[in-house]
Design a protein around this ligand. Structure first.
Ligand code: COA
Length: 482
């Protein structure tokens, strides 16, 4: 009785049995529930966000990088949770430890800001015992990252063939200045890459010298490209089981970032680039894409304008774009509402030859306000503008501290310093910025715990001088104070 009631309550009642009719047999439709974890993925984690490990947990990186391009890459991988073991030459280590030193005898900011969250082992790769350790590292790690001069890794004896024979799963990732071709043997630094990748020829004013940019698009930019290549190779390895080579040439990385300029090179064949300031000035175009000053790469006319205080503050400027969809709002804001309907100003093509006069008028307005006032007033109307922020302003910006993009880090010999944290935020893999290692700080730890050498073997390796003398540090790696 209780069961019947329950069925009724659910709206389900037993159908009365029919004596006359035979039940109709219909094909049984099997309802196969769609697996929520298709593609072989594990069960959806129920742990709180950010509490289920890091994106690259379990990945071991043999970090054979130096200077900037390679270290940028491995630092990112470390921030995503990879165990990054930096191999350095005994005695000196990564050359940047001693470059641009602000505090004598202390690892430079150049080094500390590019090598967070890594462990350091010192090894002379050219000694027999050093190579023995390196080969054990090759067998133990998932990825070898290097940015030596072309051929240096081969000369050490670590050819791709040898590495692949030792560990067929290993991914070997390299930064080189140039890809295969006439310049493949050249050593390359940041500004060489900016020049060879098309950035310098398109940066600066059309009547001035080619310029390099402050952003390290050759080094850090290529490191970023390499990191993506490595993560993709790790993903492919899940299917194929084997490693592969990943090569990023700095010239290629810079050219990739200059993609819009190769676009304009081809547009030139069909006539002048009429959104370039030089078009409005009546200056003819040559055969190659010219330097476009502060023109925007997207084709919207834009310039840098003075703001209140420009006479004494070198950064009291704002980037102003006369974007077509917000033109009428700009006219209202600067007190020139007649331009909304005037045939010389209302439409973008009519404005092109008058951009100088238009921006002079807008500057009359921006000069009466600070760059932050211009920013606020324009953004209230969705007019995009860019205040020229100094490094001092960025270092002091509370919102960047809040997001961890600018972090304060404590270092045992340097003390507190500012660094740029991980610019890529993952909601389930939270970055904790740790200080860079001292030279050879983790040599013993790595030989023992990672590579599992016996005490006798370690004594032999050390006696040979292959690891040099590691510094004694009290306590383990200090956490960064975010
Ligand atoms: N133990 C023993 N020897 C070591 C070592 C170690 N732990 N680590 C490196 N070395 C050796 C190398 O084997 C090489 O020796 P070799 O020339 O006899 O074969 C030597 O140190 C120097 O390496 P190299 O890469 O040529 O350094 P460099 O200071 O002369 O050149 C660069 C620096 C950056 C120009 C060069 O490495 C390069 O072009 N790299 C590729 C592009 C790049 O990344 N550039 C940007 C850097 S930010």
């Amino acid at each position: 009785m209780a069961k019947k009631k329950a069925l009724k309550a659910k709206g389900k009642t037993k159908a009365p049995k029919s004596k006359a009719r035979k039940p109709v047999t219909r094909p049984v439709l099997k309802v196969v529930a769609k697996k929520p974890n298709g593609g072989g993925l594990p069960k959806v984690s129920s742990k709180p966000w950010g509490k289920d490990g890091k994106a690259l947990d379990g990945v071991k990186i043999l970090d054979f990088t130096h200077v900037q391009s390679g270290p940028t890459c491995t630092q990112l991988l470390a921030w995503f949770g990879a165990d990054v073991i930096k191999v350095e030459r005994p005695g000196s280590g990564d050359i940047t430890r001693g470059q641009l030193q602000d505090v004598p005898g202390v690892d430079s900011l150049y080094f500390t800001m590019l090598n967070h969250n890594k462990r350091s082992i010192t090894l002379d790769s050219k000694s027999k015992q050093g190579m023995k350790v390196l080969e054990r590292l090759v067998k133990t790690c998932d990825v070898l990252v290097e940015n030596f001069a072309p051929g240096a890794l081969d000369r050490m004896g670590l050819t791709w063939e040898h590495i692949h024979a030792l560990n067929p799963r290993m991914i070997v990732a390299s930064v080189k200045g140039f890809g295969p071709g006439p310049y493949e043997d050249c050593k390359v630094y940041e500004n060489v890459a900016q020049c060879a990748g098309g950035s310098a020829s398109t940066t600066g004013f059309h009547d001035g010298l080619p310029l390099v940019t402050g952003a390290q698009i050759g080094d850090s930019g290529t490191g970023l490209h390499l990191a993506l290549g490595i993560v993709s190779a790790l993903y492919q390895r899940k299917r194929t089981g084997r490693g592969q080579r990943v090569l990023t040439a700095m010239q290629d990385g810079v050219l990739n970032l200059c993609r819009v300029k190769l676009r304009d090179q081809q547009r030139l064949a069909h006539g002048p680039l009429n959104e370039y300031t030089q078009f409005g000035q009546g200056i003819p175009f040559g055969e190659a894409v010219p330097r476009a000053g502060n023109d925007s790469g997207g084709g919207q006319p834009g310039v840098i304008l003075k703001c209140k205080g420009w006479e004494t503050d070198p950064n009291a400027y704002i980037y102003f774009i006369t974007q077509a969809p917000v033109w009428e709002k700009i006219c209202d804001l600067i007190g020139q509402p007649d331009w909304k309907t005037h045939p010389d100003y209302a439409k973008p093509p009519a404005r092109l030859p008058r951009l100088k006069e238009i921006f002079e008028r807008i500057e009359q307005w921006t000069k009466t306000k600070t760059k932050f006032e211009v920013m606020n007033e324009c953004n209230a109307f969705d007019i995009p503008v860019g205040p020229i922020l100094s490094m001092k302003e960025l270092a002091e910006e509370p919102s960047l501290r809040h997001t961890g993009t600018v972090v304060e880090v404590d270092h045992p010999t340097r003390g507190k310093y500012l660094s740029v944290g991980n610019p890529i935020k993952l909601s389930d893999s939270i970055t904790e910025v740790e200080r860079s290692p001292l030279l050879g700080e983790h040599t013993d730890e790595i030989l023992t715990k990672v590579l599992k050498f016996t005490p006798r073997e370690i004594a032999e390796i050390k006696a040979s001088g292959a690891t040099g003398h590691a510094p004694q540090v009290s306590g383990s790696r200090a956490q960064a104070a975010e």
